[in-house]
Ligand binder design. Structure first.
Ligand SMILES: O=C1O[C@H](COP(=O)(O)O)[C@@H](O)[C@H](O)[C@H]1O
Length: 225
């Protein structure tokens, strides 16, 4: 990343963190607890770091993930580890983070337990912050997942997914559950993802570019080069 990219991506992260903090404050004025759903991957690190410095009654905020790789939480591939290291820190250290993990050997075996863990959260979420890969996947709704149709159509909160292009099995909130939010944000950077998003907006079907599943709700797009 060059200096200019770093600068504009930090600005983007600051703007998104401000919008999310405002959304949480608005809902906290009316609800005892609120829920924030975030994504993993590499893009959100600056956003997490900035959000963790915001003054909020974080002890009334629950945080969970849109998706997770079925790996040990100590693994560098773990989205939960990323959230603990970069978001549940500083002022946000009193937030309650509910990871999409269990001790089960496979996501298929763990999905019921993880579903129980997220049931009590304050749905609909105040905000869902999605990411997107350069294949058009969002959360773990991958174009080449065997379970993509299920994840796009299921009324269950979570789906275990196996994806040939990905090294690990995963668990993902279903599209239905990800839709259960007051606000949706998409946080992406770089020319590649801009091109993919443009293709998706031009009308390819959701099985090819799963991000399209979120074009049915107001989606605030946060993009920087
Ligand atoms: O695998 C994942 O990828 C997407 C995008 O990640 P990025 O590294 O390109 O930012 C992410 O939104 C998703 O949560 C994650 O599990």
């Amino acid at each position: 990343m060059n200096h200019h990219q770093n600068h504009v991506r930090q600005q983007l992260a600051d703007q998104l963190a401000e919008a999310i903090a405002e959304a949480l404050k608005t809902d906290l004025a009316e609800q005892e607890r609120v829920l924030l759903v975030i994504s993993g991957g590499s893009t959100p690190v600056m956003f997490f770091q900035t959000l963790s410095t915001k003054s909020l009654p974080w002890e009334r905020v629950d945080i969970t993930l849109a998706d997770e790789r079925w790996v040990d939480e100590q693994s560098s591939e773990s989205n939960a580890r990323l959230v603990r290291e970069h978001l549940v820190q500083d002022k946000a250290s009193s937030a309650r983070f509910v990871p999409l993990t269990s001790t089960a050997a496979t996501p298929e075996q763990g999905v019921a337990d993880v579903s129980d863990q997220i049931t009590f959260l304050a749905w609909p979420a105040s905000a869902v912050v999605l990411g997107m890969g350069s294949d058009g996947h969002t959360a773990s709704l991958f174009p080449d997942s065997r379970e993509l149709d299920l994840a796009l159509s299921s009324g269950e909160p979570l789906v275990a997914v196996r994806t040939p292009s990905q090294p690990q099995p995963r668990i993902t909130l279903s599209a239905d559950r990800l839709h259960q939010a007051r606000r949706h944000f998409l946080h992406i950077t770089g020319e590649d993802k801009r091109t993919v998003l443009a293709r998706a907006l031009a009308g390819d079907d959701a099985r090819k570019l799963p991000i399209r599943a979120f074009f049915s709700c107001p989606l605030a797009i946060y993009w920087a080069p």
